[in-house]
Every structure is written in C-alpha cells, then in structure tokens.
Design a protein. Sequence first.
Length: 231
Amino acid sequence: MATSFLPSRHAFGFDNAWPAQPAVVVPTPFGDINLGRANAGLCGGMVFAALDFWNAKATPPTARPAPRSPLYEFIVRRLIDSWQAPAGVARYFEWMGLPDADGTALQLFGRPILTQRGLAWRTITGEWPRIRLDLDRGVPVPLGVVTVSSRQPRDLAQNHQILAYGHRTAGSRATLLVYDPNRGRRDDISIAFDTSGPQRPTVFTHNLGIGRSPVRGFFRTGYRVHRSPPR
C-alpha cells in the first residue's frame, strides 16, 4: 500500500548536504541544543517542507537553494518545527536512553511487577499500527528515527528524520517505504523489520543515508501543514 507521494516525483531535487552555515539552536528542557552546522543536515526541515509542497500540489524545486534564500530559510524554519520543542525533543531524549528490548523496571519480593518497554515494543506495538493506518488512508507520515543509545543531550543531533509514504507486509515481515533526504529522489529506500516479537531486540534493516548507524526505533512526529511554501 502506498500514498501518492513518491520521492522521484515529489521530493526535492537535491540531497541533504549544505554549505557550512551558523548552527541551528533549538530550545529544549535540557537547555539550548546545538544541532550542528547546516552542512551536518537539515533532514527534518526537508521532510516537512517536501510534504508542504505535496499538500499544496506544487512542484518541489530541483535546484539547491542558496543560503539565506527564501527556500533555504523556509527549510530551516521547518527543521525547528519538526523538533517540536520542548515535548518532541524530550521524546527523542527518552527513547535514546531506553533499551532495545523490554526489561524489568520494578520488582516486589523478587517478582517483576512493572515492565519497562523497550524501543522495539514502542515502535512495533505503539507506533507501527497507527503509521500503517495513516498510510492506508493515503497520508504520508513523517518519522523521527532514533539511531543512538545515549543519555547525553548533545547526542540528540545524531538522530534522523524521514518520511514514510508506503508499506508492504508479508506475514510478520513489514517494510516501510521512505523518503530519506540524505538519499535524494530515490524510490528504493526502506526500513524492514519483523513484528512477531516486539518484546525482544528487533533488527531494523535499512538503507538510509546514515552510514553505519543503526535504526533502534522510530515514531510519528506531529506534522502540521504549512499552506504557503515558497514557490
């Protein structure tokens, strides 16, 4: 099942690589977080902006915008929107500190009475059914991807953002079709995983443009359409 969004038609004609520019700073409950210089990526801004163009039925630009141009500034603003500070940033931080599999959070007289849900369970049981429902309705879904295990706020910028536009299922095997700004207009980018054991560590096989970083889990981000993307 797929929406009408397709990276080869509706994504930007440039990838997520930029000249060095001043850092983007996002206020969070842990203090201001430096998301690095623009040449480290504006993935969330590109996801939100591409979806804005799709919703506006407008053709996305193919030429990389110059720094301080209207489109560049729009992408930067949408990047900040995509982090949804402070609650959205706190969610990334919470997920970064959780284990991949379920564990025991509290015991009484040597018996477990409270289970701490890991990232696999939160992704497969908590997020995936709603993502699939939106996709089946024809609605692309922006996703926050957790790639790092850390309790350091400075590591927040190591996470990633993508756009799910379709899915395939075969038994317990699920494959998400995604637009990854790091990969440009490629239609062959995906995340695949098994849904049969969410309480156990789950391998999320992917070909995202994040080097050797793993996908530990992902969740829907709170996208709201911007009705006037720059033409």
